[in-house]
Design a protein. Structure first.
Length: 138
């Protein structure tokens, strides 16, 4: 896989990134990029902006990023490609397994479609989430 991924704090620092790397994914975790203290304090808007500027595909356990006005606006204005687990109550291993189960579909979508978008990664596959656009000026 030629894509580079950024995993946010909701996916954890160890199990998910390590499992994805073991499967050949290029992944940097939030903690690796920002350090343990800054990673916990950094706003979603900042990591969305930074990782997108690095050309990375964003992975999160929080599909609400598409609905919260400021985060949705950050996704839209930066052109982010976001893949969010549809169920953040999964264990670290289950989160990794879910992403790996749909890895080929994630790669196809990320390589073939520019952002902005937020896609839920569910047990059934990928589902595009309609984003909150209230923060956009009309």
């Amino acid at each position: 896989m030629d894509l580079r991924f950024f995993s946010d704090r909701s996916l954890g620092d160890h199990i998910v990134p390590q499992a994805l790397r073991a499967a050949g994914w290029s992944v940097v975790s939030m903690r690796e990029r920002y350090g343990p203290v800054s990673a916990q304090q950094l706003s979603d808007i900042d990591w969305i902006r930074d990782a997108t500027a690095e050309g990375e595909v964003l992975l999160t356990g929080d599909k609400a990023v598409a609905k919260r006005p400021l985060e949705a606006l950050a996704v839209i204005t930066t052109g982010a490609r976001v893949f969010a687990l549809g169920n953040n109550q999964l264990s670290g291993r289950q989160k990794a397994d879910r992403l790996l189960q749909h890895g080929s579909a994630i790669a196809r979508r990320a390589m073939s479609r520019p952002g902005p978008y937020v896609v839920a990664v569910t047990g059934r596959g990928l589902e595009t989430i309609v984003m909150n656009q209230d923060g956009l000026q009309r």
